[in-house]
Ligand binder design. Structure first.
Ligand code: GBH
Length: 484
């Protein structure tokens, strides 16, 4: 629903030193899927399996950034970015997932790339896991297998050791709920497993343990000397009660947030080092209905809880869209909506992007930032992704409008509400492999011609817009942009 006061545009600038970035991920841009000793990842396997990805698309070549990263860095420079967020492909470093398989050529590639970024005066923000698990580890059971946490820790350790003299900002996991729910719950993403009552909960548990181990490794072995920070990135919609006067809807919206975001955030940023209380209680009850012997939610040991607590130097947040939440206890508890006792809808007035799930709700981002600030005691927040999709047009007014409004809401959260937001990251630097949607949805500030062997990059209109926002550090005085 429109709300003029809420949606009013704010003139102003971000605090000095605010960081401006764009993000990408290894499998979505690199290509070179079996070059220089790289092992197969679950996304290589999944995309090569007929029927899994839109029209059989895959990331074998993608944007070919493995070979064209110099061009990518030129794009970053023309935007005026201070930071660039990218991910390291685990199977390039450990082709079989374990330390025994260390691949020097994989280290060489990221060494060269990091050096080139620094030479261009762009600060690297490095994600260790953006969904490309080595296939050999999937063959050992994948994330539901608790041992994967130790392999992840070994992989994180070698990355800290090798790159940490130059990389000062680490993100262990990108959007663990996607690995959990899409990967092992409904099977829409690699490895394509549909086991929402068992593997899904185990996956989340291993992911959190993996994060915590890696964070503690950084803290104990590298931090004092390297002087960097290490955190985690989670994504969430903002969940607004459909009827804000209805207590049940208000409670349902809170419950859904606790599932989508609190599942991972509560153990790490909460007071108890544990899953959200409402989720524990709810799943106890559902276990009975489902005829399970007990709650599907694994338990942390006391020691693990102590290690979870505070295991992040900042809160990385990816935000794209919002949902309206109605309390609904009639759903099938074997599905996530039924587990959460909630129905999710959208408002007809919310403009939709190309992706069917992506509705532009800028004020939802401000509310979410405020919710996190209140819930977890004002952590330092980095917006590590935000963006919108279309058919790839160069004159991308929808994207400009989306960015303009969302960045403005981040500014309100920062300078009006006093939340501690340190940086904003646009997804994405360039059009790339959009997971199960292949190359059919475009999120880039630059377009890439995927039919051209040279993978030519062209700036979209939004690239010019973002460059201007960055140059101004926000929206001072009269806006130069007239088209909105
Ligand atoms: C991010 O996920 C990813 O980090 C990034 O790699 C990706 O390219 C980008 O966003 C754009 O999608 O199909 O209705 O089941 C964003 C969060 C959560 C969005 C799951 C898509 C699937 C909804 N994603 N969601 S649906």
């Amino acid at each position: 629903m429109a709300d003029e006061k809420r949606d009013e545009f704010l003139q102003g600038v971000f605090p000095e030193g605010f960081a401006w970035a764009t993000a990408t991920a290894s499998y979505q841009i690199e290509g070179a899927w079996k070059e220089d000793g790289k092992g197969e990842s679950i996304w290589d396997r999944f995309a090569h399996t007929p029927g899994k990805v839109y029209e059989g698309h895959n990331g074998d070549i993608a944007c070919d950034s493995y070979h064209k990263y110099d061009e990518d860095i030129k794009l970053m420079k023309s935007l005026g970015l201070t930071h660039y967020r990218f991910s390291i492909a685990w199977p390039r470093i450990f082709p079989d997932g374990t330390a025994a398989s260390l691949n020097q050529k994989g280290l060489d590639f990221y060494n060269k790339f990091i050096d080139a970024l620094l030479a261009a005066n762009v600060i690297p923000m490095v994600t260790l896991y953006h969904w490309d698990l080595p296939q050999t580890l999937q063959d050992k059971g994948g994330w539901p297998n608790p041992e994967i946490a130790d392999h992840f820790n070994d992989y994180a350790d070698i990355c800290f050791k090798t790159f940490g003299d130059r990389v000062k900002m680490w993100i262990t996991l990108n959007e663990p709920i996607c690995s959990t729910y899409l990967g092992y719950g409904i099977g829409m993403h690699a490895p394509g497993i549909k086991d929402p009552l068992n593997a899904m909960f185990k996956t989340a548990h291993t992911l959190i343990r993996a994060h915590t181990k890696a964070y503690r490794t950084y803290e104990s072995k590298y931090k004092a000397q390297q002087k960097g920070v290490c955190g985690i990135t989670m994504n969430s919609d903002w969940d607004e009660p459909k009827d804000p006067r209805n207590k049940d809807d208000v409670e349902a919206a809170e419950r859904v947030l606790q599932y989508k975001l609190g599942w991972y955030a509560s153990p790490i940023f909460g007071k108890a080092g544990d899953y959200p209380a409402v989720m524990k209680k709810n799943l106890e009850q559902k276990a009975g209905l489902l005829g399970l012997p007990g709650s599907p939610l694994p338990e942390f040991t006391e020691e693990e809880k102590q290690l979870n607590k505070g295991a992040s130097d900042f809160f990385g947040l990816n935000y794209y869209s919002s949902r309206l939440i109605t309390n609904d206890t009639s759903g099938d508890p074997a599905h996530i909506a039924g587990l959460m006792d909630a129905e999710e809808t959208t408002d007809p007035s919310w403009p939709r992007a190309k992706s069917k799930w992506l509705f532009s709700v800028p004020w939802g981002l401000r509310k979410l930032i405020n919710w996190i600030t209140a819930e977890y005691g004002r952590p330092q927040i980095w917006i590590t992704e935000n963006g919108s999709s279309d058919d790839g047009e160069l004159n991308d007014e929808f994207r400009i409008n989306y960015y303009r409004k969302h960045i403005n809401e981040v500014m309100k959260a920062t300078i009006v509400d006093g939340c501690d937001v340190r940086g904003y990251t646009a997804w994405s630097l360039l059009d790339n492999f959009e997971w199960a949607e292949g190359y059919s949805e475009h999120f880039g500030l630059h377009s890439v011609d995927f039919n051209d062997p040279e993978r030519k990059r062209i700036a979209k209109k939004s690239a010019g817009f973002i460059a201007e926002v960055i140059k101004n550090n926000g929206f001072p005085g009269e806006e130069a942009t007239t088209h909105l």
